[in-house]
Design a protein around this ligand. Structure first.
Ligand SMILES: NC(=O)c1ccc[n+]([C@@H]2O[C@H](COP(=O)([O-])OP(=O)(O)OC[C@H]3O[C@@H](n4cnc5c(N)ncnc54)[C@H](O)[C@@H]3O)[C@@H](O)[C@H]2O)c1
Length: 262
């Protein structure tokens, strides 16, 4: 009997492939039998970390906030493997002044983050999803955030650091993810009758070297008592991309250890 969770032969486009969650998603989708078209702005990491992994991997270094770059990616894919079966909109940007306080948040940073997290996802959905709708089959999974569906608990940031810098969750991040959830619902109903499923994965905080203060403040708020692992997210993406979820659309799969259950 066919395993409904397998993705053999599927062409999967993944943005933000060189990131913490993206790298793990590359590994898990390849293991599931998919071919992965990995897009990221960080060409060095793409080549070093992802390049040697697998013959079923094709990489593209480009900027998803630029329509010309997304179109170039789509043309490269069309010439090599044909159309995408799955699009994982997973890239997110951290601008230079990303962690500035709301009261003085620079408009350039606001625009830059939205241009990747929200507009970039829209451009990729246009470029890769339109073909899916034309063929009557496909699937999009957007990576959202708990901060798109709930406000941050400001208490966890006191004394918290990441890569030597104080951290917080800026408003633009929350707004971009809430917007992406809106786009998810919109496209689920817009393309549903044309066989394209559109869903979201909402990750809780993934441990990636935050200092002990942050990790313990965060874990104390989580019913399951720990930060997430990248693989927790990639498994959820795989489920939504697979035939096991063939009747699932417009859904937000919240993978947060219970953070939003209080
Ligand atoms: N890590 C977490 O704790 C967490 C929690 C909730 C949601 N998320 C979401 O999960 C997704 C992946 O997060 P991550 O932790 O792997 O982040 P990350 O910063 O490690 O990876 C993001 C990747 O996106 C790429 N990128 C940025 N701008 C781009 C552009 N213009 N064009 C192409 N690529 C671009 C970066 O180079 C990077 O490799 C993001 O959407 C993020 O918002 C992460």
């Amino acid at each position: 009997m066919k395993d409904a969770f397998r993705l053999d032969g599927k062409v999967v486009v993944l943005t933000g492939a060189a990131g913490i969650i993206g790298r793990e998603a590359v590994r898990i989708f390849l293991e599931a039998g998919a071919r992965v078209f990995a897009i990221d702005r960080d060409a060095g990491v793409l080549a070093d970390v992802l390049g040697p992994l697998h013959a079923g991997l094709l990489t593209f270094a480009g900027d998803i906030a630029q329509q010309a770059s997304v179109q170039q990616a789509q043309q490269l894919l069309a010439g090599r493997w044909g159309n995408a079966d799955v699009l994982l909109n997973n890239a997110a940007a951290k601008s230079d002044n990303f962690f500035e306080p709301f009261e003085s948040y620079p408009q350039d940073d606001w625009n830059q983050v939205l241009s990747v997290n929200l507009t970039g996802a829209m451009l990729c959905a246009q470029a890769f999803g339109s073909d899916m709708a034309a063929r009557g089959n496909g699937c999009i999974v957007n990576t959202l955030s708990i901060y798109g569906i709930s406000g941050p608990d400001q208490r966890i940031y006191e004394g918290s650091q990441y890569l030597g810098r104080a951290i917080n969750t800026p408003a633009v991040y929350a707004a971009s993810k809430a917007g992406l959830w809106g786009l998810t619902l919109y496209l689920a109903t817009y393309w549903g009758h044309r066989g394209v499923r559109v869903n979201g994965v909402t990750p809780g905080g993934v441990f990636s070297g935050q200092n002990d203060i942050f990790a313990s403040n965060y874990a104390a708020r989580v019913p399951l008592g720990r930060m997430a692992e990248a693989a927790d997210m990639a498994h959820g993406m795989r489920y939504l991309a697979s035939d096991a979820a063939k009747y699932v659309t417009g859904h937000n799969l919240v993978i947060d250890g219970g953070w939003t259950a209080w």
